[in-house]
Design a protein around this ligand. Sequence first.
Ligand SMILES: O=C(O)CCC(=O)C(=O)O
Ligand SMILES: [Fe+2]
Length: 309
Amino acid sequence: MLSTAPISSAPTTDPLPSPPRALVTEADRREALALPLTTRFTLGDAISPVQQAFLDEHGFIVFGGVLAEGEVRRVLEEVDAIQARWLAEGRREVNGIPLFVGKDPSGAPYIQRFAFSSLFSDFLYELVRDPRFAPIRSLVGEGARVGDREKDGLVFNRNLNVPGSAYPRLGWHTDGLRDLFLNRAVPGPMLNVGLHFDRVKKEDGGLRILPGSHRQGFWDMLTRKPYFVDHRPDPDEIAVETEPGDLTVHDGRTWHRVEQSPHVGWRSLRRTMYVPYVTDAYAPKHEGSKMPFYHRLGRVARELKVRWS
Ligand SMILES: O=C(O)CCC(=O)C(=O)O
Ligand SMILES: [Fe+2]
C-alpha cells in the first residue's frame, strides 16, 4: 500500500559544511572575461577564482558532468516512482505548491513540475547533501542548508512539447521577484542551482539567459520585460547548452526563460532539477500551507491551456 506521509523525521535546518568563498583578483576577472560564454567548467573541491569571477560577471555558470551516468538514471527512476505514487493518490499539490499535470505523448497523465521531491525520496534527500556540492553551497553563502521544506522545495521539471502539455516552455522572468512576493522585501543576491538530465543544444530549445542582467538595477528587474507572458527571443540572450549530469548556477536577478522545443513528443523532453540551497530565516511549509498568489494564477492559465489544446 502507498503511504501518503513524506519523510517527516528528516532534519531540514542543519547547515552543511562549505569551503570559504574564492578571492577574485583583477587578473582572474580578466581571464574569466576572455572565456567564451559557452564554457563548461569542471567542479572541483572548491570554486576557483576564475569560476567565481565568471559567475560574478555573467550571472551564470555551467559545470559539466557533475552527476555520473548511473546517478542520472537513478534520479529519473526516483522521479518516475514519485509520479506513480502521486497519480495513485490523486495528488494536486504539495505543501500548497501546485503540481503541473499535463499529458505524455500517449495522452496519459504526466507530472511536469514536482515540488518538495526530496521529502518523497531518500535517494534525492541524500543526493542534494552530497559533499561534491559543498563548493556550490559556498557560492550560495556561508551556512547554506537544503530547503527541503522551504519555498517550493526540491523542484523537478519535465518540459515536453505535445498537445496537452502543461509545461512546454516558460516566459521571461527573474527568480528574485518571486522572493519579493514571498518575503515582501527587496531580494538580495540569491542563486539557483539546477541539475540537467538531457542533452539540450541551442536548436533543441531550453534555457536562455541575458548575461550580466543580474547587475541591472531593481527598476530593470521589475520592468525590463513583461513577466512570464513574453516568450520572444532577445538579441542579447544566450542558450545554455547542457549534457545529462551538468549543473548550472544562475543569479536570481538574471532575466531568463525556457524556449519551447521545436521537436514534438518524447524527443522534446527536457528534465531539470532545481535545488533550494538557502541561507535566510527558516520558513518551513506543511500540507496546510496557503498557495502563493502567482501559483494560483499559473494554475488557472495551465488548466485553460490543457483544456483547449
Ligand atoms: O527549466 C529551467 O532550466 C529553468 C526554470 C526556471 O527558470 C524556473 O523554474 O524559474
Ligand atoms: Fe527561473
